[in-house]
Design a protein around this ligand. Sequence first.
Ligand SMILES: C=C(O[C@@H]1C=C(C(=O)O)C=C[C@H]1O)C(=O)O
Length: 111
Amino acid sequence: MTDHATTPDAGTPEGIDDAVRAELTSLRESIDNIDAAVVHMLAERFKATQRVGRLKAEHKLPPADPARERDQIKRLRELAAGAHLDPVFAEKFLNFIIAEVIRHHEAIARA
Ligand SMILES: C=C(O[C@@H]1C=C(C(=O)O)C=C[C@H]1O)C(=O)O
C-alpha cells in the first residue's frame, strides 16, 4: 500500500518549499489517522448492524426500519450542523451506509 502522507506524486511537486512540504506531510498524517479511525468505527458499526440483522431474521422482522432511519437522519443532520459539516453531505453519507446495511439484512433473511 502507498504511504500517501510521505510519497511525493503529481499532486505534491518535488520543488515545493520545505516548510510547506512539512505542513502538508503533517496534515496528511492527521488525515491518515482520521481515515483509519473512520474504517475502524465503520467496522464496529457493521458488527452491530450484522447482529441486528440476525436478530430481525430470527424474529421475522423486516430488514429496513424507515422510522428509525428518519430519526437517525434528523439526529445526524443536527450533529453535522453543530459541527460545521454540511448536513446534506451527512445525510447522503448515512443513507449510503444504511442502504448497505439493509442489503446485508436482506441477505441474512434469505439465508
Ligand atoms: C440497523 C438497523 O437496520 C436498518 C439499518 C439502519 C442503520 O444502519 O442505522 C437503521 C434502520 C434500519 O433500516 C436497525 O433497525 O436498527
